[in-house]
Design a protein around this ligand. Structure first.
Ligand code: HSE
Length: 396
């Protein structure tokens, strides 16, 4: 009998208990072994929950119980989630997490501690909610060199942008609804300012390159400045505005960023709406593959957590597979000022811009779709036309 502990009984933690209970019979049949949840750690009590008896407020109950071999951390935030995860790994317990903040900031250390103690640190639920993407990247794309990742990585912002575009909802109303549905982070600034997507893109980039970039060091822009005019212009030039996390792995090095982008309707990401996420991966043997599904929410995210629990239980007697990452050094990184892509300039006056491919005017504003230009070139144009430029979008 495998004994499991759950750290954090919020949206995903309670979903994980639900999935483990609801699908217990089928999971145990597949595993050929039984399991039970022994503890649920939370500061709160849940007297009305069927799991009320399992709640403890003392982490040491879990840490010091040798019967508990699998710990699922869904507390959110860096501390004490990182500290508890580290202690469990050092005590020889497998740790599973949905916590992208911890994985993106401490992944190198925690994977290395896991390897040193012959256990696993798994984090399928940390990117893309219920979408299987991390295990497929590790296993099914193992024969490939991944050169580019581009995705809608945050369910809350995609939900907000969809409601604003399709229903004319206000930003605040759409965000409140996303919070009610359990999609948003405890502090939704992490969603709307692009921080959550930054954490996720550095995790995916690390899976592709072996180098983990600090999420705080990448260019990160959220969706708070997007106006109705931007949305209308996007439609007029055949695009949708999406918050995109992207990474490129080239001979010049690794580059990752998060920003709202114009996504042409011909790109499948333009049709991914509501809470759904989509991730396009360019790999040198398979070509382009896409992962799609619910990017946030209780049961989808719990489904990914339980997939990791099943994985560690199924392979508990095998030699443990190791994820070996290094912290990215400056010499691993490409120069962001040389990042090049097509752009859309939205302006309040007519301008002479280089390499214009498409021009529209709408609601008294002007929009220019240009050929590829670097960040440095865009900055120069912005500086010399500061009074007229309303916004500039990258195009994917
Ligand atoms: N707040 C996150 C999102 C939850 O909206 O995508 C899933 O990671």
């Amino acid at each position: 009998m495998v004994k499991i502990a759950i750290l954090g009984f919020g949206v995903v933690g309670s979903g994980t208990a639900e999935v483990l209970t609801e699908n217990k019979k089928i999971i145990e049949e597949r595993l050929g072994c039984e399991y039970s949840i022994k503890y649920i750690l939370d500061l709160r009590d849940f007297p009305d929950s069927p799991f009320a008896e399992l709640v403890t407020h003392d982490f040491n109950d879990i840490l010091n119980d040798d019967e508990v071999t699998v710990v699922a951390e869904m507390m959110g935030g860096s501390h004490p989630a990182y500290d508890f995860s580290k202690a469990c790994l050092e005590a020889g317990k497998h740790v599973i997490t949905s916590n992208k903040e911890v994985v993106s900031n401490f992944g190198v250390e925690l994977c290395s501690i896991a390897a040193a103690h012959g256990v696993r640190y798994l984090f399928e639920a940390s990117v893309g909610g219920g979408i299987p993407v991390i295990r497929p990247m590790i296993n099914d794309l193992a024969s490939n060199k991944i050169t580019k990742i581009c995705g809608i990585l945050n369910g809350t912002t995609n939900y907000i942008l969809t409601k604003m575009r399709d229903e004319g909802a206000s930003f605040a109303d759409a965000l409140a609804e996303a919070q009610k549905l359990g999609y948003a982070e405890a502090n939704p600034s992490a969603d709307v300012d692009g921080i959550d997507a930054a954490r996720k893109i550095v995790i995916l980039a690390a899976l592709a390159s072996g180098k983990l970039i600090s999420p705080k060091s990448i260019y990160t822009e959220g969706i708070t400045a997007i106006s109705l005019l931007d949305t209308k212009i996007a439609e007029a030039i055949g695009c949708s505005i999406k918050l995109i996390g992207q990474a490129r792995i080239t001979a010049d090095g690794l580059c990752a960023l998060v920003s709202p982008c114009m996504v042409p309707k011909s790109n499948p990401l333009s049709r991914i709406d509501d809470v759904f996420n989509g991730i396009l991966i360019d790999a040198n043997m398979v070509g382009e593959v896409m992962f799609y599904g619910p990017g946030a929410g209780k049961l989808p995210t719990a489904s990914a957590v339980v997939a990791d629990i099943i994985d560690v239980i199924a392979h508990r007697d095998a030699e443990q597979k190791v994820i070996a990452w290094e912290e990215a050094k400056d010499c691993d990184l490409a120069d962001f000022s040389e990042f090049s892509c097509k752009r859309v300039f939205i302006t309040s006056a007519k301008l002479e811009l280089p390499c214009v491919k498409q021009f529209v005017t709408l609601d008294g504003a002007f929009a220019y779709l240009t050929d590829e230009m670097t960040e440095t070139e865009v900055e120069k144009i912005k500086t010399s036309n500061a009074d007229a430029i309303l916004s500039v979008f990258r195009v994917i």
